[in-house]
Design a protein around this ligand. Structure first.
Ligand code: BES
Ligand code: MN
Ligand code: ZN
Length: 501
């Protein structure tokens, strides 16, 4: 899927008429005595003789987040319909957050499916948030439907914010569009079913993206993995007829102030293997490559936005299936770099493929390592479906968690308690892949990964088991299926490192 065609416009009646937009989108704020019009709604208000808020109250609107009301303008202005979308409550200074604008824009875009051209004024409040919310809210994945249904809104004119220069706004529009496009790259990969997206086909799609964006690309197939000793990736992947891969995709600008390694879990389907999962909900494991999709999309974005950073994505890809060639509980794997791991549960496969990739990433001496994965059901138990668990080096972990919340993707810092390391002791190998109990399962997985992070390397682990895939109904700018989390967080962390080191 691609984003709608997006263009900046002056926020006036004549500019609106010229666009021939069918619908004019305005924001409403939940006030104490009914809805209030958000900044930028002047043209719509004029169409109702300055009584738009009153009319909205009459039809029962309150300005609650994501509330949608459509009103006919009866020819008073260029657009035949005003769509008022709720932003929710403003803060004490009357301001709404970027995330409120993003969600309202997404809800409006969803409600406008089937419309060709719309004009939004939410961009007058926050241009970047309106672009992201509109493009992501409009996203649908119809690749596998014979009848695609209502087409997403095709063209969106965005009212320019009152402050700032046209040049600044153009740059913001361009960057925000690139960010949304990258989130969509991730969503498309996640939403592609596992019969079509397997290690080799993921590698092909990554290669195409790398070529289109001038990135370094390298793929190790099963023979190369064997030769080089990637025992974790091979152990997990050998049970499937679709053999594993390890990708390295690099963006290297002429001047780079820092080098960032990205690692993303790429289990194209996780049945659990011999330690097989229950049937109910197993289809959800089509999304077990969300980390891989996220880091691939992020390195593409780094190139599009020309960050002054070297960014290298390492992507281990495998399918976890039970078969006569599968690895088994009781096996000992010899991992890349030489450590040995006793497999007590073949369903704790993510940490095994990640360990190999983390060691390989560490060999290149990056300044930072950002790893993300749909790693544990325990993440969902602890933090739910919308808050990623963020672990790693204390300071960097807190920095990334703060940025994750600022982007609206959400995340919370979690500890890596040292005592859990002893619980990973193995009877015969250097460590086991699971502890003997369920307690702190998200943290135990993080402690396992820490064993493979190069000495002294600043790193973060983002567990997105819940947030990566929306099994519920659509909300804000998030439809069903792949969400593209944590692409916007990684993008914002890269921008922060570029600015502040
Ligand atoms: N891919 C799963 C984790 C997962 C669960 C992701 C739910 C998204 C939603 C992972 O490979 C897994 O199976 N983890 C096990 C670990 C356990 C065996 C220690 C789990 O969480 O049950
Ligand atoms: Mn698993
Ligand atoms: Zn998994």
């Amino acid at each position: 899927m691609t984003v709608p065609k997006l263009a900046l416009s002056e926020n006036s009646e004549s500019a609106l008429s010229k666009t021939r937009a069918e619908v004019l989108v305005v924001g409403t704020i939940e006030g104490t005595d009914g809805p209030e019009l958000a900044p930028g709604s002047e043209v719509a208000d004029a169409a109702f003789d300055g009584k738009l808020a009153e009319v909205l109250t009459t039809v029962g609107a309150g300005g609650k987040a994501e509330e949608i009301v459509k009103l006919p303008t009866l020819g008073k202005i260029g657009a035949g319909v005003v769509l008022a979308v709720g932003l929710g409550k403003a803060d004490a200074d009357g301001k709404v957050t970027a995330e409120q604008v993003r969600r309202a824009s997404g809800a409006a875009a969803r409600a406008l499916a089937g419309t060709d051209r719309v004009f939004t004024t939410l961009s007058a409040i926050d241009l970047q948030a309106a672009v992201e919310g509109t493009a992501l809210g409009a996203y649908v994945f119809t690749e596998y439907r014979s009848e695609p249904g209502a087409a997403p809104v095709a063209k969106v004119d965005l009212a320019s914010p009152a402050e700032g220069t046209v040049k600044d706004h153009r740059a913001t529009l361009k960057a925000a569009t690139a960010i949304a496009e990258s989130v969509i790259i991730a969503r498309d990969l996640i939403n592609t079913p596992p019969n079509d997206l397997y290690p080799a086909s993921f590698a092909e799609r990554a290669k195409k993206l790398a070529e289109e964006n001038g990135l370094e690309f390298e793929v190790l197939d099963e023979k190369a993995l064997k030769r080089k000793g990637f025992g974790g990736i091979l152990g997990v992947g050998v049970g499937s007829a679709r053999q594993p891969r390890l990708l390295r995709i690099g963006y290297k600008p002429a001047k780079a102030s820092k080098k960032i390694a990205l690692v993303g879990k790429g289990i194209t389907f996780d049945s659990g293997g011999i330690s097989i999962k229950p049937a109910a909900g197993m289809d959800h494991m089509t999304s077990d490559m969300s980390g891989a999709a996220g880091v691939l999309a992020s390195v593409v974005l780094a190139a599009k936005l020309k960050y002054p950073l070297e960014v290298v994505a390492h992507i281990p890809l495998a399918e976890n299936l039970p078969s006569g060639t599968s690895y088994r509980p009781g096996d000992v794997l010899s991992m890349y770099g030489g450590k040995t791991v006793e497999v007590l549960n073949t369903d704790a496969e993510g940490r095994l493929v990640l360990a190999d990739a983390i060691v390989r990433a560490g060999e290149e001496n990056p300044d930072y390592l950002i790893e993300t994965s749909t790693l544990t059901g325990a993440q969902v138990v602890a933090l739910g479906n919308r808050t990623a668990g963020i672990m790693g080096t204390d300071e960097f972990r807190d920095r990334v968690a703060g940025i994750a919340r600022a982007t609206g993707e959400g995340g919370w810092a979690m500890p890596l308690p040292d005592e859990l390391r002893a619980e990973l002791d193995s009877r015969l190998a250097d460590l086991a892949n699971v502890t003997g109990n369920r307690w702190g399962g998200m943290l135990a997985a993080g402690v396992f990964l820490r064993e493979f992070v190069a000495e002294g390397l600043t790193w973060v682990h983002i567990d997105i088991a819940g947030p990566s895939f929306n099994t519920g109904g659509p909300w804000g700018y998030t439809g069903k299926g792949g969400t593209g989390i944590p692409v916007r967080t990684i993008a914002a962390v890269l921008a922060d490192i570029a600015d502040n080191g």
